[in-house]
Ligand binder design. Sequence first.
Ligand code: THU
Length: 141
Amino acid sequence: MTTTNGAFSQAELIEHAKSARERAYIPYSGFAVGSALLDAAGQLYYGCNVENAAYGPTNCAERTALFRAVADGVPRGAFQAIAVVADTEGPCTPCGICRQVMSELCPPDMPVIMSNLKGEMKVMTVEELLPGAFVLKGAGE
Ligand code: THU
């Protein structure tokens, strides 16, 4: 959890994602990603990618923030927005695994704010990023 709490513009969420990006643990790819996740209560959760020598355990920035929020007690669906930033050509788009996790935990119409260090930005909803996501009946109950 961060100490920051309140209302955030999309531009402010991107700035928070940039500061989270500075803490990425990236000895293998050298590719730093940051995310900032806003819950329904206005609490902000930071995420960065955390890599591993075995590669497979690597966790993306988006999932780091989501799992952190869940561990801190945020219920399924109680999220307002997530921003993701990396040093990419266009706005950084979430990987397929992160899209699946967002589909499970976030509202389908929640904005995913994708950006890069050049200040380019694209916003799509969770459902637009993964139409027809696999969701088990009774998930979250
Ligand atoms: N990565 C993220 O953290 N988020 C994304 O949206 C794309 C990929 C990370 C995983 C890995 O640590 C590095 O970027 C290179 O794939």
